[in-house]
Design a protein around this ligand. Structure first.
Ligand code: AMP
Length: 619
């Protein structure tokens, strides 16, 4: 029998007193050492805890686990690998008020609404109260790791643009909201004890303000007022940080005016926000106002971050995955300050941290923290073109494929895997949908590069549009062409994040025209709108509520353009027999080729419809 590891899985140490910050950091780093050294034992213990506490839940019993506090082997033999669609009926029962232990013995405290969608709606991830502790634990590891590389961060503040999003109630009365909204509204965040590492320029009230204009305005104002104290800046994702800079570009005159006069813009009407901001903006500051005005009125905003916040040491934003498209813009605004990706997380579960945060964005790897959940890995087999994306719906795994799943400590360097989790909140062998590649190991725990989200072709912010959704949306739009005897011969798409901020979806359309009546621009605009209306709820929320996605654009290209695209692909080595038009393009020469053959372009004239919650709930 292996000796039981001397580790606590329960992060109660959070509450004991540390003598110094250095001591606290040391303990956190020791925790990482400990759980990564004993990764396999920790994983065994985590699975044991999950299965024993949920021994009598319906889902496990249904699959024959039947109260046996199963070992790993029995668990893997009996429990199928699952997708959201497999558990959707159970989720719906809970959403409709089912309180018997269906997935988890502990009460489901709320649903976390994932940016991943199913049937056009956000997926609902069950969560339990304890998960907040686990999330807090992961957050508490970030600064001890960071402070090994950048000293003295406790001597100043972080300017982080953090926001809440709208929430809704399920028919059974459970709150449904994004994981970060849940976290910021929890006492773990709101009532956090003083800690130099969570000392932000934004008062809680500004983060918790539901009005996005007021929230962004006041967070920027507070950041500007405390500009010399700021040592690090950031947001969760790169897209959110760039949105803040664009907001500053648009509104700096008002902000400067407030700083100059020591009074607050009357558009800020939320009383608790006003009160908290007035504690910071307590008197006129002519000198700071002049300084900011002088910088902001320049035409060239290159390096604006380092100018307005001169002590900034790094930009803390996720730039892995689809967010890498924003790296050049961030480099421009920050004068190439280090871009730091600290963590990898989701609504299902928080996964891991980057132990080498000053590495280049292309080299970022995340070490999965073995206490967070029970992790398994499904090897990804690429097809001959090296492409994993296909236009198929996720299929169930056959017995052979089920057997291919490996444990955390058994993954192989360089191999790609799909992440599968079993969580304390009641997901069992659940496919998250992320593809990861093993980049190295921290002790026994693997470190992963984030490769991609399976099947996603287009993304600007939190939206994740897959090929099937895009195809269906395009089909709906194409109907508008019928009356003109025109059809869509070919199409592809592109996430344009450089020519407009916020970025927007571009569709390149090649038409086959058989009619004589010219197609008026308004018809193409209707097509743009029809596509937007058909896209999933996260996309539409980005358009309507978050304003993080710009109007969709259709670019009509000359006849023969897609033949040219094929010629290009073949000249680059693609096989003629296997060539299929890519439904999304990213490679710059291809985008240039398409753009060089555009004959006209049209934008969606209005925002699509969106309401919080699922469309079948009345909120
Ligand atoms: P959500 O469930 O909406 O919170 O989205 C979680 C998903 O966001 C993950 O499954 C990933 O696809 C993506 N994600 C989260 N953290 C990172 C990261 N550090 N790098 C790249 N993608 C990430």
């Amino acid at each position: 029998m292996p000796e039981a590891p001397k580790i606590t899985l329960n992060p109660t140490t959070e509450h004991c007193c540390y003598t110094t910050l250095a001591d606290k950091n040391k303990r956190k780093l020791e925790f990482i050492e400990n759980v990564t050294t004993n990764a396999d034992d920790v994983q065994k213990k985590v699975l044991g805890e999950i299965l024993s506490s949920n021994a009598h839940v319906e889902y496990l019993q249904r699959h024959g686990l039947n109260g046996k506090t199963a070992d790993r082997h029995t668990f893997k033999k009996l429990m199928p690998v699952s997708t959201y669609e497999d558990i959707q009926q159970d989720i719906n029962r809970i959403a409709n008020g089912g309180t018997s232990p269906i997935l988890c013995s502990k009460p489901i405290s709320e649903f976390l609404t994932s940016s991943g969608t199913s049937g056009g709606e956000r997926k609902l991830m069950p969560t339990i109260e304890d998960e907040l502790e686990r999330r807090s634990l992961l957050y508490s590891l970030l600064m001890p790791v960071m402070s090994q590389f950048v000293p003295d961060l406790e001597k100043g503040k972080g300017m982080y643009f953090l926001f809440i999003k709208s929430e809704s109630k399920t028919p059974g009365g459970l709150v449904a909201r994004p994981v970060l909204t849940s976290y910021y509204k929890s006492s773990h965040f709101k009532n956090r004890p003083y800690d130099p590492y969570t000392n932000y320029t934004s008062p809680n009230e500004t983060i918790l303000c539901p009005d996005s204009y007021q929230s962004m305005y006041t967070q920027l104002l507070c950041g500007l007022c405390q500009n010399k104290e700021v040592l690090r800046v950031g947001a969760v994702f790169a897209s959110g940080f760039i949105r803040a800079i664009k907001f500053l570009e648009k509104h700096w005159r008002l902000l400067v005016n407030d700083i100059r006069s020591g009074t607050l813009n009357p558009q800020i009407t939320d009383p608790s926000v006003r009160e908290s901001v007035m504690k910071i903006l307590n008197k006129p500051n002519q000198k700071l106002a002049d300084f900011i005005e002088n910088e902001c009125r320049k035409d060239n905003w290159e390096g604006i971050i380092t100018k307005l916040w001169p002590n900034t040491k790094y930009v803390d934003v996720i730039v892995t995955g689809t967010m890498s498209q924003y790296i050049p813009t961030l480099d421009f605004y920050s004068n190439s300050l280090p871009l730091v990706c600290t963590m990898y997380a989701s609504s299902e579960c928080y996964f891991g941290v980057n132990l080498n945060p000053l590495c280049k964005p292309s080299e970022v790897s995340y070490t999965l923290i073995p206490t967070m959940a029970y992790f398994e890995f499904l090897p990804v087999h690429r097809n001959t073109n090296g492409v994993t994306n296909s236009i198929s719906m996720p299929k169930s795994l056959n017995e052979k494929e089920q057997k291919e799943l490996v444990d955390l400590v058994d993954v192989k360097l360089g191999q790609e895997y799909e992440l599968v989790v079993t969580t304390y909140a009641g997901l069992y062998r659940y496919r998250v949908g992320d593809v990861l590649r093993v980049a190295g190991f921290k002790n026994k725990a693997p470190q992963f590069n984030f490769i991609c989200r399976k099947n996603v072709v287009l993304s600007i912010d939190a939206d994740k549009t897959d090929e099937v959704e895009l195809q269906n949306a395009v089909k709906n739009a194409e109907n508008h062409l019928i009356q003109f005897n025109a059809t869509l011969a070919e199409y592809t798409s592109y996430a344009d994040t450089t020519t407009t901020i916020p970025g927007h979806y571009v569709l390149f359309w090649e038409l086959s025209l058989n009619g004589t009546t010219p197609i008026p621009p308004s018809v193409f605009e209707d097509c743009c709108f029809a596509i937007e209306e058909s896209l999933n709820s996260v996309y539409r929320q980005g358009r309507v509520s978050d304003k993080s996605i710009g109007p969709l654009e259709i670019k009509i290209v000359e006849p023969g353009t897609f033949d040219k695209l094929m010629d290009y692909a073949i000249s680059e080595g693609a096989s003629i027999n296997q060539y299929k038009t890519p439904r999304c393009v990213k490679f710059a020469p291809i985008v240039e080729l398409l753009n060089s053959r555009v004959v006209s372009n049209y934008f969606s004239p209005k925002c699509p419809k969106w309401v919080p919650g699922h469309k079948q709930w009345s909120n």
